[in-house]
Ligand binder design. Structure first.
Ligand code: SF4
Length: 222
Protein backbone atom coordinates (compact mmCIF):
# COMPACT_ATOMS: atom_id res chain seq x y z
CA UNK A 1 0.00 0.00 0.00
CA UNK A 2 1.06 3.57 -0.64
CA UNK A 3 0.45 6.62 1.50
CA UNK A 4 -1.04 9.15 -0.91
CA UNK A 5 -0.85 12.87 -0.20
CA UNK A 6 -2.97 13.82 -3.20
CA UNK A 7 -4.01 12.52 -6.59
CA UNK A 8 -5.58 14.59 -9.31
CA UNK A 9 -5.97 15.24 -13.02
CA UNK A 10 -4.55 18.55 -14.20
CA UNK A 11 -2.16 19.90 -16.77
CA UNK A 12 1.49 19.08 -16.48
CA UNK A 13 3.02 22.28 -15.17
CA UNK A 14 6.62 21.42 -16.02
CA UNK A 15 8.74 18.80 -17.76
CA UNK A 16 8.60 17.43 -21.29
CA UNK A 17 4.78 17.11 -21.24
CA UNK A 18 4.20 20.64 -19.92
CA UNK A 19 0.83 21.95 -21.05
CA UNK A 20 -0.67 18.49 -21.61
CA UNK A 21 -3.15 16.92 -19.24
CA UNK A 22 -1.65 14.44 -16.80
CA UNK A 23 -2.64 12.36 -13.81
CA UNK A 24 -0.59 13.21 -10.74
CA UNK A 25 0.12 10.86 -7.87
CA UNK A 26 1.89 12.51 -4.93
CA UNK A 27 3.41 10.12 -2.40
CA UNK A 28 4.19 10.73 1.25
CA UNK A 29 7.75 11.17 2.38
CA UNK A 30 11.00 12.75 1.28
CA UNK A 31 14.57 12.02 2.30
CA UNK A 32 15.65 15.62 1.56
CA UNK A 33 14.78 18.97 3.13
CA UNK A 34 15.27 21.61 0.43
CA UNK A 35 15.30 25.15 1.80
CA UNK A 36 12.72 26.32 -0.75
CA UNK A 37 10.55 23.18 -0.82
CA UNK A 38 7.04 24.05 -2.03
CA UNK A 39 5.53 20.69 -1.07
CA UNK A 40 6.49 20.48 2.59
CA UNK A 41 3.06 19.03 3.28
CA UNK A 42 4.29 15.84 1.57
CA UNK A 43 6.76 15.30 4.43
CA UNK A 44 4.16 14.73 7.13
CA UNK A 45 2.29 11.49 7.69
CA UNK A 46 -0.69 13.54 8.90
CA UNK A 47 -1.05 14.88 5.33
CA UNK A 48 -1.87 11.40 4.03
CA UNK A 49 -5.37 11.45 2.56
CA UNK A 50 -5.68 7.78 1.66
CA UNK A 51 -3.82 4.50 1.34
CA UNK A 52 -3.98 2.86 -2.05
CA UNK A 53 -2.63 -0.34 -3.56
CA UNK A 54 -0.74 -0.41 -6.85
CA UNK A 55 -3.84 -1.76 -8.59
CA UNK A 56 -6.04 1.00 -7.14
CA UNK A 57 -3.57 3.64 -8.35
CA UNK A 58 -3.53 2.07 -11.81
CA UNK A 59 -7.36 1.97 -11.92
CA UNK A 60 -7.50 5.66 -10.94
CA UNK A 61 -5.03 6.54 -13.71
CA UNK A 62 -7.08 4.67 -16.30
CA UNK A 63 -10.36 6.26 -15.13
CA UNK A 64 -8.84 9.71 -15.68
CA UNK A 65 -8.16 8.93 -19.33
CA UNK A 66 -4.87 10.81 -19.56
CA UNK A 67 -1.93 9.02 -21.13
CA UNK A 68 0.50 11.12 -19.12
CA UNK A 69 1.21 10.10 -15.55
CA UNK A 70 3.45 11.98 -13.14
CA UNK A 71 4.66 10.16 -10.05
CA UNK A 72 5.90 12.75 -7.59
CA UNK A 73 6.26 13.56 -3.94
CA UNK A 74 7.98 13.75 -1.73
CA UNK A 75 10.21 11.20 -3.37
CA UNK A 76 8.51 8.42 -5.36
CA UNK A 77 11.54 6.16 -5.65
CA UNK A 78 11.85 5.60 -1.88
CA UNK A 79 8.31 4.20 -1.64
CA UNK A 80 8.37 0.66 -0.30
CA UNK A 81 6.26 -0.87 -3.09
CA UNK A 82 7.38 1.32 -5.96
CA UNK A 83 8.68 -1.62 -8.02
CA UNK A 84 5.26 -3.28 -7.94
CA UNK A 85 3.59 -0.09 -9.21
CA UNK A 86 6.23 0.61 -11.86
CA UNK A 87 5.90 -2.99 -13.06
CA UNK A 88 2.15 -2.55 -13.63
CA UNK A 89 2.56 0.84 -15.32
CA UNK A 90 5.44 -0.41 -17.46
CA UNK A 91 3.14 -3.08 -18.92
CA UNK A 92 0.65 -0.52 -20.24
CA UNK A 93 2.18 0.86 -23.39
CA UNK A 94 -0.57 3.48 -23.72
CA UNK A 95 0.78 5.27 -20.67
CA UNK A 96 3.70 7.67 -20.54
CA UNK A 97 5.11 7.71 -17.04
CA UNK A 98 7.23 10.53 -15.68
CA UNK A 99 8.96 9.87 -12.41
CA UNK A 100 9.93 13.14 -10.72
CA UNK A 101 12.88 12.24 -8.54
CA UNK A 102 14.94 14.49 -6.32
CA UNK A 103 18.38 13.45 -7.57
CA UNK A 104 19.51 11.67 -4.42
CA UNK A 105 18.30 8.20 -5.43
CA UNK A 106 20.30 6.10 -7.90
CA UNK A 107 18.04 5.71 -10.96
CA UNK A 108 20.41 3.20 -12.58
CA UNK A 109 18.72 0.09 -11.21
CA UNK A 110 15.28 1.41 -12.20
CA UNK A 111 16.40 2.11 -15.74
CA UNK A 112 17.93 -1.35 -15.93
CA UNK A 113 14.72 -3.02 -14.77
CA UNK A 114 12.16 -1.07 -16.86
CA UNK A 115 13.58 -0.91 -20.34
CA UNK A 116 10.54 -0.76 -22.57
CA UNK A 117 10.60 3.02 -22.82
CA UNK A 118 7.30 4.25 -21.35
CA UNK A 119 8.95 5.23 -18.06
CA UNK A 120 11.20 8.27 -18.00
CA UNK A 121 12.87 10.17 -15.22
CA UNK A 122 12.86 13.86 -14.46
CA UNK A 123 15.89 14.12 -12.23
CA UNK A 124 16.49 17.20 -10.11
CA UNK A 125 19.93 18.57 -9.46
CA UNK A 126 19.77 20.42 -6.17
CA UNK A 127 22.01 23.48 -6.24
CA UNK A 128 23.55 25.49 -3.37
CA UNK A 129 20.40 27.51 -2.54
CA UNK A 130 18.62 24.25 -1.71
CA UNK A 131 21.29 23.30 0.87
CA UNK A 132 20.97 19.71 -0.41
CA UNK A 133 23.75 19.63 -3.03
CA UNK A 134 25.86 17.16 -1.07
CA UNK A 135 23.00 14.63 -1.25
CA UNK A 136 23.05 14.43 -5.04
CA UNK A 137 23.79 11.04 -6.55
CA UNK A 138 26.34 11.87 -9.23
CA UNK A 139 26.01 8.50 -10.98
CA UNK A 140 22.63 9.69 -12.28
CA UNK A 141 24.46 12.18 -14.47
CA UNK A 142 25.77 9.20 -16.43
CA UNK A 143 22.59 7.07 -16.21
CA UNK A 144 20.19 9.41 -17.99
CA UNK A 145 19.39 8.98 -21.69
CA UNK A 146 17.39 10.78 -24.38
CA UNK A 147 14.13 9.76 -22.69
CA UNK A 148 15.05 11.54 -19.47
CA UNK A 149 15.33 15.09 -18.22
CA UNK A 150 17.73 16.82 -15.87
CA UNK A 151 16.11 19.72 -14.07
CA UNK A 152 18.30 22.32 -12.40
CA UNK A 153 16.22 24.21 -9.89
CA UNK A 154 17.59 27.76 -9.85
CA UNK A 155 17.23 29.95 -6.77
CA UNK A 156 20.25 32.24 -7.15
CA UNK A 157 23.05 33.34 -9.46
CA UNK A 158 25.38 30.95 -7.65
CA UNK A 159 22.98 28.17 -8.64
CA UNK A 160 23.18 29.25 -12.27
CA UNK A 161 26.96 29.05 -12.26
CA UNK A 162 26.99 25.60 -10.74
CA UNK A 163 24.31 24.36 -13.16
CA UNK A 164 26.43 25.57 -16.05
CA UNK A 165 29.53 23.79 -14.71
CA UNK A 166 27.65 20.49 -14.26
CA UNK A 167 25.99 20.68 -17.68
CA UNK A 168 29.38 21.22 -19.35
CA UNK A 169 31.37 18.77 -17.22
CA UNK A 170 28.96 15.90 -17.91
CA UNK A 171 28.06 16.98 -21.46
CA UNK A 172 24.46 16.65 -20.36
CA UNK A 173 22.83 18.23 -23.40
CA UNK A 174 24.12 15.37 -25.55
CA UNK A 175 22.51 12.80 -23.23
CA UNK A 176 19.09 14.07 -22.16
CA UNK A 177 16.77 17.06 -22.03
CA UNK A 178 18.08 19.81 -19.78
CA UNK A 179 15.88 22.40 -18.07
CA UNK A 180 16.57 25.39 -15.91
CA UNK A 181 13.61 25.73 -13.58
CA UNK A 182 13.52 28.87 -11.42
CA UNK A 183 12.36 28.72 -7.82
CA UNK A 184 9.15 30.72 -8.01
CA UNK A 185 9.84 34.33 -6.98
CA UNK A 186 13.47 33.70 -5.96
CA UNK A 187 15.25 34.93 -9.09
CA UNK A 188 14.36 37.24 -11.97
CA UNK A 189 13.56 35.23 -15.10
CA UNK A 190 15.35 37.86 -17.14
CA UNK A 191 18.57 37.15 -15.23
CA UNK A 192 18.37 33.52 -16.30
CA UNK A 193 17.80 34.49 -19.93
CA UNK A 194 20.78 36.87 -19.83
CA UNK A 195 22.94 34.13 -18.32
CA UNK A 196 21.87 31.71 -21.06
CA UNK A 197 22.69 34.27 -23.74
CA UNK A 198 26.06 35.14 -22.24
CA UNK A 199 27.07 31.50 -21.87
CA UNK A 200 25.66 30.56 -25.29
CA UNK A 201 23.76 27.82 -23.54
CA UNK A 202 22.39 25.81 -26.45
CA UNK A 203 19.94 22.91 -26.05
CA UNK A 204 18.99 24.05 -22.56
CA UNK A 205 15.42 25.17 -21.88
CA UNK A 206 14.19 27.73 -19.38
CA UNK A 207 10.98 26.38 -17.92
CA UNK A 208 8.57 28.21 -15.67
CA UNK A 209 6.05 26.31 -13.57
CA UNK A 210 2.80 26.74 -15.51
CA UNK A 211 0.57 25.69 -12.61
CA UNK A 212 1.90 28.58 -10.52
CA UNK A 213 0.92 31.01 -13.24
CA UNK A 214 -2.53 29.54 -13.83
CA UNK A 215 -3.47 29.04 -10.17
CA UNK A 216 -2.41 30.60 -6.88
CA UNK A 217 1.25 29.75 -6.18
CA UNK A 218 0.24 27.94 -2.98
CA UNK A 219 -2.72 26.06 -4.47
CA UNK A 220 -2.67 22.28 -3.93
CA UNK A 221 -4.16 19.55 -6.10
CA UNK A 222 -3.82 21.51 -9.36
S1 SF4 B 1 13.18 16.90 -2.80
FE1 SF4 B 1 11.25 17.88 -3.38
S2 SF4 B 1 9.78 17.25 -1.80
FE2 SF4 B 1 11.83 16.78 -1.03
S3 SF4 B 1 12.38 18.55 0.20
FE3 SF4 B 1 13.21 18.89 -1.86
S4 SF4 B 1 11.63 20.05 -2.97
FE4 SF4 B 1 10.67 19.18 -1.13
Amino acid sequence: MFNIIEKFLSIDGEGPSAGEIATFIRFLGCNLRCSWCDTKYSWEKESTTERLSSREIYDYIKENGSNNVTLTGGEPLIQENIHELLGILNNDENLKIHVETNGSVDIGCFKEKYKSGNISYIVDYKLPSSKMTECMNLSNLNSVDFNDTYKFVIGSKEDLNMAYDIIKKYDLTSKCLVYLSPVFGAIELNDIVEFMKNKKLNKVKLQVQLHKIIWDKNARGV
